[in-house]
Design a binder for this molecule. Structure first.
Ligand code: FES
Length: 115
């Protein structure tokens, strides 16, 4: 089986992710939410709220924050930091690289891809 850890994985085309949009890509068992901030900047985070596993991709972006649709926790997509209750733990973030018209993400070897 191919080891995807530490490799740059092609996630989508830049044209598939407009400013203000969130798009989920699956890497093995993991759902990763790509967030294109208004004004620019694409960030990748786990599509899983640390409060009670809400789907962050169904939430909204506010500045550099993503808001969980279930109970309103917000996280900074640049750092993963929980910005308000009810979440207290950060979400996982992933390095993003733009190559031409491709968005690539990197999965650290410390992150398990399959349960
Ligand atoms: S599940 Fe996200 S705030 Fe509760």
């Amino acid at each position: 089986m191919e080891n995807l850890s530490e490799k740059w994985i092609e996630a989508c085309k830049t044209s598939d992710l407009l400013e203000g949009q969130i798009k989920v890509v699956k890497v093995k068992d993991r759902r990763i939410a790509l967030c294109h901030l208004q004004g620019g900047g694409i960030y990748a985070v786990d599509d899983l709220c640390t409060h009670d596993n809400g789907p962050l991709d169904e939430g909204e972006l506010f500045g550099t924050a993503i808001e969980c649709p279930r109970h309103g926790a917000r996280f900074d997509v640049r750092t993963g930091k929980a910005l308000c209750l009810p979440a207290t733990l950060p979400i996982q973030t992933y390095p993003v690289q733009i190559e031409g018209d491709r968005v690539k993400i990197q999965i650290p070897s410390s992150v398990p891809l399959e349960s």
